[in-house]
Design a protein around this ligand. Structure first.
Ligand code: NAP
Length: 265
């Protein structure tokens, strides 16, 4: 029975993530992980041994994110991987953001690789926002306008889509899915949280430089962060939930649903 299950390599769960995963899933053994840099072909080849399917998640704001992607795709080809799932981003065609533009390059490389593929394009994960400090302080800090409308997806909804593709790769072969659960401004998110916890929650604007500094000092990273924050400030990253609704076969999770789930725990 066990041999019928595909062996799936998930990239971008590296050193810190490996430790977290092992804590959450104690059955995972040290040899279930290959810790190293995407740019070290040897490590990538080692990780690819016996693998039937790859889920590739690129390192965010990395100056060589495209190279990381093409190295993993090439290795998948060499190892005759049966299906390659690329976790990209919503609207990589918004090329004014370098971190979106780079994903377009990786998408093109995968599509032309000859490998069977599926591309998933999620928007902002709701889980990016640490809720505990917001519950206690009543403050959300934000390096861009909280009035601009953004798109959101619950990580659990995203994971369910990944699972569907892993379970039926042929059904999703050569598909590119825009994945977004709901839209709204951070002011509206603050109001929803306030309503749920029964106390006012406000958004405080912090300087963009503060957020940029957290991501590192490489000139590419600095520029990519600046462009992204300007874009979020002025345009936002929005889209349409139809594809996610269709894939899940139900309504996608909203902020209301997500907060109810968190507060029930
Ligand atoms: N978060 C979102 O809302 C969102 C939405 C859409 C798309 N995305 C995209 O999804 C990807 C992941 O984003 P995230 O927010 O999940 O990032 P994250 O939480 O910062 O995780 C980044 C991961 O990359 C690993 N990593 C960094 N550099 C590496 C390298 N050179 N070689 C191997 N591994 C490396 C890190 O390893 P360690 O475990 O050792 O730290 C970590 O596991 C990015 O491409 C991002 O653009 C994110």
């Amino acid at each position: 029975m066990h041999s019928l299950l595909p062996l799936v390599l998930i990239t971008c769960a590296n050193d810190n993530s490996a430790r977290d995963l092992q804590k959450t899933f104690p059955k995972l053994q040290p040899d279930n992980f290959a810790v190293g840099d995407f740019l070290e072909q040897h490590t990538v080849d080692l990780a690819m041994k016996g693998v039937n399917m790859v889920i590739h998640i690129g390192p965010p704001m990395h100056p060589q994110e495209a190279a990381c992607g093409t190295i993993v795709i090439d290795a998948a080809r060499r190892h005759n991987v049966g299906h390659f799932i690329l976790s990209s981003v919503l609207h990589p065609l918004r090329q004014k953001m370098l971190n979106h533009k780079v994903k377009l390059e990786v998408e093109e490389y995968l599509i032309e690789s000859g490998l069977p593929w599926t591309i998933l394009q999620p928007t902002h994960m709701m889980q990016n926002m640490a809720l505990k400090p917001i519950f206690s302080t009543g403050v959300i800090t934000m390096p861009y306008s909280p009035a601009t409308v953004q798109g959101f997806i619950d990580l659990t909804d995203f994971a369910q889509v990944v699972l569907k593709v892993v379970q039926s790769p042929e059904e999703h072969n050569m598909a590119r899915y825009e994945l977004l659960g709901c839209v709204g401004s951070y002011n509206e998110v603050a109001d929803t949280i306030g309503r749920k916890i029964g106390k006012p929650v406000k958004v405080e604007r912090i300087p963009a430089e503060q957020a940029i500094a957290r991501m590192g000092t490489h000139p590419y990273t600095q520029e990519a962060m600046k462009r992204m924050l300007y874009y979020y400030d002025t345009r936002g990253l929005t889209g349409n939930p139809n594809i996610l609704r269709w894939l899940l076969g139900r309504e996608p999770c909203t902020w209301d649903d997500y907060l109810d789930r968190v507060l029930r725990k």
